[in-house]
Design a protein around this ligand. Sequence first.
Ligand SMILES: [Mg+2]
Length: 433
Amino acid sequence: MAETTGFCRDCMTPATAGERRCLQCGSPRLVRHAELEALPIAHIDCDAFYASVEKRDNPDLRDRPVIVGGGRRGVVSTCCYIARINGVRSAMPMFKALKACPEAVVVKPEMEKYARVGREVRDMMRALTPLVEPLSIDEAFLDLTGTERLHKDTPARVLARFATAVEREIGITVSVGLSYCKFLAKVASDFEKPRGFSVIGRAEALTFLRDQPVTLIWGVGKAFAATLESDGIRTIGQLQQMDENTLMRRYGMMGKRLFRLSRGEDERAVHIDHEAKSVSAETTFNHDYGTAAELLPILRTLSEKVANRLKASDTAGRTVVLKLKDTEFRIRTRNRQLPDRTQLADRIFRVAAPMLDHELDGTKYRLLGVGVSDLASDAMADPMDLVDTGATRRAKAEEAMDAVRAKFGTKALETGYTFGTGSRGKPQRDQEN
Ligand SMILES: [Mg+2]
């Protein structure tokens, strides 16, 4: 029986033999795998997301190295692939990045815009399957089990068409990892960025994992990797040689995870309710601040950022969280619960401001953050306030301002609190890959 084991990602023509280019369109972007048509779990990750959005919106940037980030103490949020070739990396201090790539164009992040584009991509994902589990603004797991009837095609082909559609309709690129479980789908999506499409099947899982470093396993960070290293364990293959009891005795629950994942066993389902549990924005200052006059405008800007993200995802939160870091790097967090969920900048700010005021005891701070947690749909958020009619009036004003911003861009309007504060209120620690 002749089996179709591959296709061209550009024209979708089956690619069965060992040809290097598509016999139909000549494209080299062929994907082949023995299990290709049977695998249902995908991890989709936008390529250099913030930088790609900026390049889309400004064609002058297209062939230039672009870094999204900023501020004197700031770090690189995202850099494009041209900048990466020059040695720039995410989370790298900006001065170091500019040393590596002096000709780079630095663009300040516009989180509201990225949230909006991320939401467009997610909406397109949800047209493929209701089982979409976002991990961050620009990546998600998808479970396409049982969707062949709906799409009259296999998950692999549906996903390849999806990647092309995102390029055409949104103007950015994505990479796809396809496997039988979340762990390996996520590993696969990282293989051939950008515009990648990688597959890890059941038959090859054990041998593939054998030579990989333990850090590939979910939850094994630098610290835990050092613990494993001190026990002489560097590769996943070494974990494959150990039995479950030994691993659990040594590492507790993490040992159980090591045992299973090292063998490519990952039963975790794709959850739809895994949306972010909180939304926050924070900024590290170029100077240390300790007065209301300095900090309130920044708090206002951050509150607007949080509100924009909530609005972009149709969510609202009940708990407002304030975060401060002093010059000794000690962190203070304060929170307050609201009677109803909110997604309004004005409300977040008015709850956070007194909490901030309470912490102004002469201490100088280097970081200020504000967030909203306990999130849910915005359906019941921000009811009209019968006691404080001013609140309802301000909510209406914010709605009107949102409408103006949507039409003319985010810089069209500034409130009295942020006017003239320059870059101080801009977040510098937003990172993504
Ligand atoms: Mg990404």
